[in-house]
Each structure stands twice: as C-alpha cells, then as structure tokens.
Write a new protein. Structure first.
Length: 262
C-alpha cells in the first residue's frame, strides 16, 4: 500500500489495476512462442504522492524476482517499469531526494541487465503550474469567514476529490495585510458546498479585486477541469523567464454549446 490518499493508491488487490503475479506468469508462459506477441517487459505502479523509498524497494525487488523466474523459462525481458508516484511538496511534505531514489532503484535493477523505466510525471510538472484567481467578495457567517473567488471546483477539483491541500497566497505581498491574517474558507461561486479551494486556512487580509495564487497546480489541475455548472475553462499561459504567451485560449459561450443540436 502506497500513496497519499485512498483514491490515488493503486497497488493492492483491492484496486482495479494490474493482475496478480500468478495470472501474469500464466500469460507470459502461455504466449511464450506466439507469432503475434513478443514479451518485452514487466511493470507495476504503486500509487501517487509517495514519500518513502520502502514501497519502491519492495515492489522493484519483487519485479526483479519475476524477471529472473521468466528468464529460467526462456523469456528474456528488456524493460522493467516501476511506474511513477513520486510525491511533491504542496505544503509541508518532504519529497524524496532524486539521487537516493535513483541509487535505490539502480542497485536492484542493474544485475538484471534490463532497462529501467520510470514515470516521474507529477514530480516534474506539479510545481511548475499555478492557478490564478481573483477575489470576488468577502462574506461573514457569524464566526465563519469566506473569501469568494472566481475559480471553482471545476477548475481545480483536487481539494474536494483527494482532500488535497494547496498553498494559497496573494499575488502581491503586503506586509501590513500579513499581520492581519485570519482563518477563512476560500470558495468558488458554484452551487455546491464542496466548491472550495481551501478550508479554515490562514490568509492575509484581502479585498475584492485582489488576485490569489493557488500553488502547485501543474499536475492534475487543468487536465481534471470541466465545464460543470456551465463554467468556461480558464486560459493557460506559459511563462518563460520574463516572457509569457497564451498556449490555450479561454473558452467562450460558443465552446460550451458547440456539441449541442440547437
């Protein structure tokens, strides 16, 4: 079992992914001499947001034993794929040091003479993206304070789907406002109680019109966005040094109704 949330764990019998080694071994052997299949590798994926070397070491050691078993049966594999799942820092997490991760995997796979495939995905693009959102209104319900913004659960569903925590700060640093920090819910305008980007989060004093940054949104951000509540998806902007360009146009009303027969 590995992964930061039940919805992003994939490596046990309770999950829909993969097959057991017993089933896999039968498949390898049954099609050993097939005209149509050429066995090239074996792979596993444990989950996401992993911060320990132990599950990788355990899984890759097991895969290595399978490679050796198949070699004794005359099936020589060229590739071993240990998947992805490297955790990144959203708030206070401590990601694995890449060098230690690489050394651990190399020690196990090198004696096999196979190529090692890894899928670092989130570890590369997660910290590279942010979601910008503008404050629309401030609301107070007795002791509960809300900062209502123009981004919503359709733009970033991770907080409600995974219980994910993304750091949120104003774009412009205001040291005076920072001294007035209070706990708020940062929520969107969708008609759902689940429409929030953060709950009970310390945030400096902000005003309508201020822009907030939702950090570390480069992975599972835009790709999981939707048009729920007839909301148009945001533009995507690529920043390179001091230059920037729009790489995906903001959707408009025509985009919403393009597939409908009116």
């Amino acid at each position: 079992m590995a992964g930061g949330h039940p919805h992003i764990s994939t490596g046990t019998r309770e999950h829909k992914f993969g097959v057991s080694w017993g089933e896999a071994r039968q498949l390898y052997l049954a099609h050993r001499d097939s005209r149509w299949l050429a066995w090239r590798g074996i792979g596993a994926h444990l989950g996401s947001q992993i911060f320990s070397l132990h599950p990788y070491r355990q899984a890759l050691t097991r895969l290595a034993s399978y490679v050796k078993d198949l070699a004794l049966e005359g099936i020589q594999l060229d590739y071993v794929d240990i998947g992805g799942g490297l955790g990144i820092q959203y708030t206070v997490e401590s990601p694995l040091v890449f060098a230690r991760y690489a050394r651990t995997l190399a020690q196990i796979v090198r004696p096999l003479g196979c190529r090692l495939l890894i899928e670092p995905g989130r570890a590369l693009v997660g910290p590279a993206g942010v979601l910008l959102t503008r404050v629309l209104w401030l609301k107070q319900n007795h002791a509960k304070a809300f900062v209502i913004v123009d981004a919503a659960m359709n733009d970033l569903i991770r907080p409600v789907l995974y219980g994910a925590t993304h750091a949120i700060t104003p774009v412009v640093r205001n040291h005076t406002a920072r001294a007035q920090t209070r706990r708020v819910d940062v929520v969107g305008p969708v008609c759902e109680s689940a429409d929030f980007l953060a709950r009970n989060r310390p945030l400096p004093a902000v005003e309508p019109g201020d822009v907030l940054v939702v950090w570390t949104a480069g992975a599972y951000g835009f790709v999981q966005s939707s048009n729920y509540n007839a909301r148009r998806r945001a533009a995507e902007v690529l920043v390179e040094g001091r230059e920037f360009r729009v790489v995906r146009q903001r959707e408009n009303y025509d985009d919403l109704v393009r597939g409908e027969q009116l």
